[in-house]
Design a protein around this ligand. Structure first.
Ligand code: FAQ
Length: 320
């Protein structure tokens, strides 16, 4: 294709997405659109898979059978989300094995939030309430993303995230209404997860290199700062309702803006975590690598079975 033809195709593509049409796998798309989506969707898939680890830490120690069943179901859902998302990335021509290798080698990014430890049961509440709450804020807008398979995966994921958020908030509610020691445990978890949850939305808009183009292509429908603000506005009353305090002395309702003002986020901490130096980055990658190595025999068995089926099918076709 000549340069002029590509420019024409790109202009047509931009009109197409601006008119709210969905892009499907076989449609023509600019190479940069494809690459941006593979980057975002695969990071998202990795986040779901690594995101199972902080909570898996508590499955065997959940305080009751009801809590254990709910937590197990949630962690299992996260594995499912990873699968839908890797599949969505494959529709763009990405090689799943390569994506997984990039995660295991530490080359690929996943959400900063999963590099924090979960020392108490209240962390299960804080993750569900805040981390899934932030994930929902971000993912509801992704249900309207311009790439069809990603948008459709998001609809199902959001329904499940909504259950996750409620189970987390219910844990916090029970602890906050419990003994002084339980309430203190809930407050301590909120103190540790509040700021990292705000970082999940990514850098401020003026430091977000990918946002402008992603908004133009309608991959992202709202900016990092807009979503962060929405999350804060929604979550502060939830904390007040259960009698917990948001650990931000600068948090204040601004009647003029119709939003909460909030304090400065520690962006040095954010960049340090995404550079691989958070509290648990090494532990998370080691756990993923161990699981991958221990699952080698399963992959080999599945491949051997698929090969057997292929040969059987071939024999049947040639006999017919
Ligand atoms: N952590 O230019 P932007 C979940 C990177 S799922 C690490 O603003 P963009 C469910 C970014 O990749 C949570 N890296 O980037 C669950 C880029 O680096 P690159 C995951 C981050 O893409 C709950 C650079 O910084 N959700 O929680 C982070 O336009 C409980 C510059 O940033 C998604 O992935 C971060 N927080 O906007 C599971 C949602 N933020 O690639 C288990 C889909 C930014 O240029 C338990 N993703 N970076 O080298 C998105 O909406 C977007 O990718 C953003 C970032 C908003 C995350």
């Amino acid at each position: 294709m000549s340069k002029e033809e590509i420019l024409n195709m790109e202009a047509r593509f931009e009109r197409y997405v601006a008119e709210e049409n969905k892009v499907e796998p076989k449609d023509w798309m600019p190479e940069k659109y494809r690459k941006t989506l593979i980057r975002q969707i695969s990071q998202h898939a990795h986040s779901e898979v690594v995101g199972m680890l902080p909570e898996a830490n508590w499955i065997s120690r959940a305080p009751s059978l009801r809590r254990k069943v709910a937590l197990l179901a949630k962690v299992q859902d996260e594995a499912g989300h990873g699968l839908y998302l890797y599949s969505a990335a494959e529709t763009l021509g990405a090689d799943r094995q390569q994506l997984v290798e990039d995660l295991l080698s530490g080359k690929a990014k996943y959400s900063s939030i999963f590099n924090y430890p979960t020392p108490t049961w209240a962390d299960m509440g804080a993750i569900g309430w805040l981390v899934d709450g932030a994930a929902i804020a971000n993912q509801v807008m992704l249900c309207r993303t311009s790439y069809g398979p990603y948008a459709r995966a998001m609809v199902k994921i959001c329904k499940e995230e909504s259950f996750h958020q409620r189970q987390g908030y219910e844990i916090m509610m029970a602890l906050a209404a419990g003994t002084p020691a339980q309430k203190k445990m809930a407050q301590d978890a909120l103190n540790r997860w509040w700021w990292p949850s705000l970082m999940m939305f990514g850098p401020t808009d003026d430091h977000s290199p990918n946002s402008a183009q992603s908004m133009k292509w309608r991959i992202k429908r709202k900016s990092n700062d807009e979503l962060r603000q929405e999350f804060i506005d929604k979550t502060v009353p939830q904390a007040e309702f259960i009698g917990l305090s948001i650990p931000d002395p600068d948090l204040k309702w601004n009647a003029e803006r119709g939003h909460y003002d909030f304090g400065e986020i520690n962006w040095d901490e954010f960049y340090n975590v995404i550079a691989g130096n958070g509290k648990c980055n090494r532990e998370r990658l080691a756990a993923r690598n161990k699981a991958h190595d221990e699952g080698k025999w399963v992959r080999e068995a599945a491949n051997a079975y698929a090969e057997k089926q292929r040969v059987r099918q071939q024999k049947q076709t040639s006999a017919a």
